[in-house]
Ligand binder design. Structure first.
Ligand code: S3P
Length: 418
C-alpha cells in the first residue's frame, strides 16, 4: 500500500485509567479531555460508578467529568472486563477503603495473576480472599494501612501503581524498588497533583500528604496504538505518515530505538509537555528491515509493542531475538505462545526458547488463519501484517481491537492513499 496523511490515535489507555481513578478519589469535579473511550476505559468508568463516583459517559471527542471524593461499598461484584490495569490499580485504591468489594472480570482476566499485587497490599494491612487460587474473583477488605517498603519482583507499572494508590488512600508512605524502570504515568500524575514523590537510584519514595484535588488534563494519543499505524507505514511500499499529539513518555518509547536498529526511522517533531506528559508528532514511512536483538533490559519500555515488533521481525532480513519476554505469558492472552503459533500459521518462522522469542524474517506473502485468544494487540499486529501485498490473513476475532483502539480498522484504512 501507499501511506499518507496526518492522523491522530485515541487517548492513552494507561493515562486514562489513572486519570479516572484519581478523579474518583478527589472531592470535586475533574475534567478529562481526549481520554480513551475503549472497552478497557469503560471498565474503569463502570466500576467507579458502582463505587459511587459520578462519571459522565465516555464518548469520543467529549470531555469526561468525574465527581468523586466519597466512595461507597458496592452492592454487586465489580466487573473489570478484560482490563488488568483496572483490576490491579483498583485493588490498591480499595486497600485503603474501610469496606469490602469483590472484583471479577472476563475469562482472560480471571486467569491473570493477582497475588503479585495482593501480597504487598496484605503486608500493608488489607485482607484478601481469592478462594485459594491466584486470580479472580477476589474479595478485598480494605482498612487501616501500614507504611510499605517493597522490592518489586517484576518491572510492572500496574503493581507499582497499585502500591502507590494504596499509599494514597491509606495516607501512609510507600518506598518501592523496581528491578527496571516501568512506565511512570502514576508518578507524573501524583506530582502534577502536588504530591512529593522522589525517584533516586531505582527507588520511588512517596509520602502522601493530603487528599487528592480534582484533575484537569488533556490525555495525549496512545503511543502503543500509534505503533500499529507506524508498523503499517513501515511495511508500506511508498509514502509518509504523520501521527499528531502522541504521548512520547520515555518510559513508553523503547520500541523506537529497536525500530532504528531494524532500519526504520521514526522522526519526533513538535515536542511539547502540556500536562506533565511529553507529547509529539511522529513521522515515518517505509523501510527495509533487518533483524536485531531486543535485550531483557529494554522489555519494560516496549512490553505492549512486542506483538507488533514480532510481526515486523517476520519481514526483516535475518533473525530477531526478543530476550526475557516471559511476562508476555500473563498478558491478555499467553502472548508468547500466540505470537509463535500465529507467526507460524501465516508461514513465518518463530520459535520460543525458554523465555526468549526468535523470529526469522522472510519475503513470502503471509497467509493463514490467526487465533487472537481475544487479545487486542495480537489482532491489531496481524491486521497490520495483512496489509502486505499478496497477504491473505484471516483473524478470528478482529473486533477485540476495541479493547484499546476503537475504530482501529477505519484508522488503518484512513492512512492508505492507494
Ligand atoms: C500498564 C502496564 C503494563 C502494560 C499494560 C498497561 C499500565 O502491564 O502491559 O498494558 O497501565 O500500568 P504490567 O504492569 O503488567 O507490565
Amino acid at each position: 500500500m501507499i501511506v499518507g496523511g496526518s492522523v491522530r490515535v485515541p487517548g492513552d489507555k494507561s493515562i486514562t485509567h489513572r486519570a479516572l481513578l484519581l478523579s474518583a478519589l478527589a472531592r470535586g469535579t475533574s475534567r478529562i479531555g481526549g481520554g480513551l473511550t475503549s472497552l478497557d476505559a469503560r471498565s474503569t468508568a463502570r466500576v467507579l460508578r458502582r463505587l459511587g463516583a459520578e462519571v459522565s459517559p465516555l464518548r469520543q471527542g467529549a470531555t469526561v467529568t468525574v465527581r468523586g471524593g466519597r466512595l461507597a461499598p458496592p452492592e454487586l461484584p465489580l466487573d473489570c472486563g478484560n482490563s488488568g490495569t483496572t483490576c490491579r490499580l483498583l485493588l490498591g485504591l480499595l486497600a485503603g477503603q474501610r469496606f469490602s468489594a469483590t472484583l471479577t472480570g472476563d475469562a482472560s482476566l480471571r486467569r491473570r495473576p493477582m497475588r503479585r499485587v495482593t501480597h504487598p497490599l496484605a503486608e500493608m494491612g488489607a485482607r484478601f480472599d481469592d478462594g485459594g487460587h491466584d486470580g479472580l474473583p477476589l474479595t478485598v477488605r480494605g482498612g487501616r494501612l501500614q507504611p510499605l517498603r517493597w522490592e518489586l519482583p517484576v518491572a510492572s507499572a500496574q503493581l507499582k501503581s497499585a502500591l502507590l494508590l494504596a499509599g494514597l488512600t491509606g495516607s501512609v508512605p510507600v518506598e518501592l524498588t523496581e528491578p527496571a524502570p516501568s512506565r511512570d504515568h502514576t508518578e507524573r500524575m501524583l506530582r502534577a497533583l502536588g504530591y512529593t514523590l522522589e525517584q533516586r537510584e531505582g527507588k520511588i519514595v512517596f509520602h502522601p500528604d493530603g487528599k487528592p484535588t480534582p484533575l484537569a488534563l488533556q490525555v495525549p494519543g496512545d503511543f502503543s496504538s500509534a505503533m500499529f499505524l507506524i508498523g503499517a507505514a513501515i511495511l508500506a511500499e511508498r509514502g509518509s505518515l504523520r501521527i499528531e499529539q502522541v504521548g512520547v513518555n520515555p518510559t513508553r518509547t523503547a520500541a523506537l530505538e529497536v525500530l532504528r536498529r531494524m532500519g526504520a526511522a521514526v522522526e519526533i517533531e513538535n515536542r511539547d509537555e502540556p500536562f506533565g506528559e511529553p507529547v509529539a508528532t511522529l513521522v515515518t514511512g517505509p523501510a527495509e528491515l533487518r533483524g536485531t536483538t531486543v535485550e531483557g533490559s529494554e522489555v519494560p519500555g516496549l512490553i505492549d509493542e512486542i506483538p507488533l515488533l514480532a510481526v515486523l521481525a517476520s519481514r526483516a532480513e535475518r533473525t530477531t531475538t526478543f530476550r526475557d519476554v516471559g511476562e508476555l505469558r500473563v498478558k491478555e492472552s499467553d502472548r508468547l505462545a500466540l505470537l509463535a503459533r500465529n507467526l507460524t500459521a501465516v508461514g513465518a518462522q518463530a520459535v520460543i526458547d525458554g523465555d526468549n522469542l526468535l523470529v526469522t524474517g522472510g519475503d513470502a506473502p503471509p497467509r493463514g488463519r490467526v487465533t487472537t485468544g481475544g487479545d487486542h494487540r495480537i489482532a491489531m499486529a496481524f491486521t497490520v501484517l495483512g496489509t502486505i501485498p499478496g497477504a491473505r490473513i484471516t483473524i478470528d476475532d478482529p473486533a477485540c481491537a476495541a479493547v484499546s483502539y476503537p475504530g482501529f480498522v477505519d484508522s488503518l484504512a484512513s492512512i492508505r492513499v492507494a
